[in-house]
Design a protein around this ligand. Structure first.
Ligand code: F6R
Length: 602
């Protein structure tokens, strides 16, 4: 995944391009670059490394260029070198292009263009795009036609923005990768994601696949996939500019952990009916006769899917959480009355979209539980359900896991209330009132957590185990994923009953075991004791009154609430633990080694 931005307005484009790239760096951060159109050609600056490196290299540049494009890269074709950084140009630097996605037929196009005398310098697929535009310009096409012919020749998925010397427009196209138009006062933006320009405008147009756009200072034209001129609705996003900055925090991750009281409040807003003691989820789909549910996601979203499946199974609804990358291998043909739920923060993860498309092809009902309005998953599912967690910039997902799990709880309750074969949710009254209390309970947990001290105490160990049962098992797996992702230490999350079937062989005094006992789970106490007997320090993640508390060497306490809430609070404790360990180890917390926020290749 990469981030692209383009800007046209009355003032210099350089500053909004750079700040936009800083906001998009979560999408990729191994090289960056910008191109602006000055009075006598295109100026291109690019380098390997972070956006800050690019910024330092052009700090003293002054330009009046009011039109430009920028890119922050996560390399797929070719290593992260200066040459492979975007923007890419044709050899005469007449056309500059930034691109997010993959040009699948680039080798064939490159061969043809080389045969025609065009020269290439990088290892990227992207470089064929400016050369192809140049090819069509050389054959007498106007810029807009040259860009359109180029787009018609490309196969694959892309969001592209291009500038052409001697021309006052930005040309852009979208096919399978996100691209949003920001509409300001006398200025326009194009970007992979809204935070890139949220400081300047909250008015947006979500472009459709197949759209080709020409953006000028005084207006925009959009041509759809059928070559028809179209008007697209301008929408207002309800994200605030301060949601995309770090504020008083050192890292986005800790800011986002601390934002959970607010993000959870938004997730539940208008979706609970405390007077009736029930939920009130607006689902525009008849779920009364579904006979099975597939919940599909990757990484953290898969763990939220596990959480949701566990709740549905408790209501006698047959539900499976499936890793999206395994969907075609591990799932037979879904029944006619199956429901498919894609769980994806970004709504752009290729594995999840692949599974969603297979479900759509099979004709089953599909729902996307997602954070990003109008993301590809939201558009392609029959119905989007938005978790409303606000922008998540840290690569490690935190607040969105909590909101996904709550959203799946609300959906599970909705299904159990309309489905004839389902049983009712346990203690629904308590669930509804505890969900209302959850934002405050998260705040309380954040204020009182002992995770920072335990992080120091257990820093120097071989391996970290997280165990739990039922809902606690999904929290254990999520706790371990977060831990390994940002500390680079080895961590595993297990169903606690599985410990004795193999992993116990690894347990020594150098393997702290975090036992998640946020609800009734006496058997986990036994499993923790088995590890303790082999020398492992035990940390109970539980209410103070739970039996595990007597056994454990250390504690991360959560209040006694409905299991949905107490397990989510246990997860908040583990988020803090990972964060503090990673801080002690001086890791790149918001941009962990080798990882990007969402993965748009299968
Ligand atoms: C882990 C993390 C990843 C994502 C996964 C799916 O902290 O962020 O594991 O959860 O790549 O991404 P989405 O939810 O955008 O589909």
């Amino acid at each position: 995944m990469c981030g692209i931005i383009a800007h046209i307005g009355e003032d210099s484009a350089l500053s909004p391009l750079i700040t936009g790239l800083e906001k998009l760096e979560y999408r990729g951060y191994d090289s960056a670059g910008v191109a602006v159109k000055n009075g006598s050609g295109l100026d291109v600056w690019k380098c390997s490394g972070r956006v800050s490196d690019l910024k330092n290299s052009i700090d003293d540049v002054e330009t009046k260029a009011n039109l430009g494009i920028g890119h922050t890269r996560w390399s797929t074709h070719g290593p992260p070198t200066d040459t492979n950084a975007h923007p890419h140009t044709d050899v005469s630097e007449r056309v500059a292009v930034v691109h997010n996605g993959i040009v699948e037929n680039y080798e064939r196009i490159k061969e043809i263009l080389i045969g025609e005398g065009y020269e290439f310098t990088s290892d990227t697929d992207t470089e064929v795009i400016p050369n192809l535009v140049s090819y069509y310009l050389d054959r007498g096409n106007e810029p807009v036609a040259a860009f359109q012919h180029t787009i018609e020749d490309l196969e694959g998925s892309y969001a592209i923005a291009a500038v052409i010397d001697g021309n006052d427009s930005i040309y852009a196209a979208r096919q399978g990768s996100p691209l949003v138009l920001g509409v300001g006062d006398d200025e326009y933006y194009l970007a992979s994601d809204v935070p890139a320009f949220l400081d300047h405008t909250d008015e947006v147009v979500y472009l459709e696949d197949g759209d080709m756009v020409e953006v000028m200072t005084d207006g925009v034209t959009i041509v759809d996939e059928n070559d028809q001129l179209v008007q697209r609705e301008i929408e207002q996003v309800d994200w605030q500019p301060d949601e995309t900055g770090k504020g008083q925090y050192d890292h986005f991750m800790i800011k986002e952990i601390h934002t959970q009281p607010t993000s959870l409040q938004k997730t539940i807003e208008g979706r609970l009916d405390p007077d009736e003691g029930t939920t009130d989820l607006d689902v525009d789909m008849d779920l009364s006769d579904i006979d099975s549910v597939h919940l599909v996601g990757c990484g953290t979203s898969y763990h939220a899917a596990l959480f949701g499946a566990s709740l549905l199974n408790r209501c006698d609804v047959s539900a499976r959480a499936i890793r999206a990358s395994e969907y075609d291998l591990n799932t037979g043909t879904p029944s006619e009355n199956a429901l498919f739920i894609a769980v994806t923060q970004s709504g752009e993860t290729a594995d999840t979209l692949g599974a969603l498309r297979r479900a759509n092809d099979a004709g089953v009902d599909t729902i996307a539980v997602t954070n990003v309005v109008q993301s590809t998953a939201a558009r392609e599912a029959d119905e989007p359900l938005y978790i409303r967690a606000g922008p998540e910039i840290g690569v490690a997902a935190t607040k969105t896991f909590s909101s996904q799990a709550v959203m799946l709880t609300l959906l599970g309750q909705h299904i159990s209330s309309v489905n004839a074969d389902a049983s009712r949710v346990d203690n629904l009254d308590q669930l509804v009132s505890d969900l209302q209390e959850l934002p405050d309970a998260v705040e309380q947990t954040l204020q009182t957590s002992d995770a920072a001290r335990l992080a120091k105490k257990y820093l120097d160990n071989d391996s970290y185990f997280f165990i739990g049962r039922g809902l606690g098992c999904s929290v254990a797996k999520e706790g371990a994923l977060k831990f390994k992702e940002i500390t680079y230490e080895h961590a595993e999350g297990f169903a606690s009953g599985e410990l004795k079937h193999g992993p116990l062989a690894l347990v020594t005094e150098e393997t702290p075991v975090f036992a998640i006992c946020a609800d009734d789970c006496e058997k986990t106490v036994t499993n923790a004791k088995e590890a303790q007997t082999r020398g492992a320090p035990i940390v109970a993640v539980s209410p103070p009154s739970h039996a595990i508390a007597d056994t454990a060497d250390e504690h991360l306490y959560v209040p006694e609430m409905h299991p949905v809430c107490s397990n989510l609070l246990a997860n908040v404790q583990l988020q803090l633990l990972s964060y503090h360990c990673a801080t002690e180890l001086d890791r790149a917390i918001d941009k962990p080694r080798n990882l990007a926020k969402s993965v748009t290749v299968e």
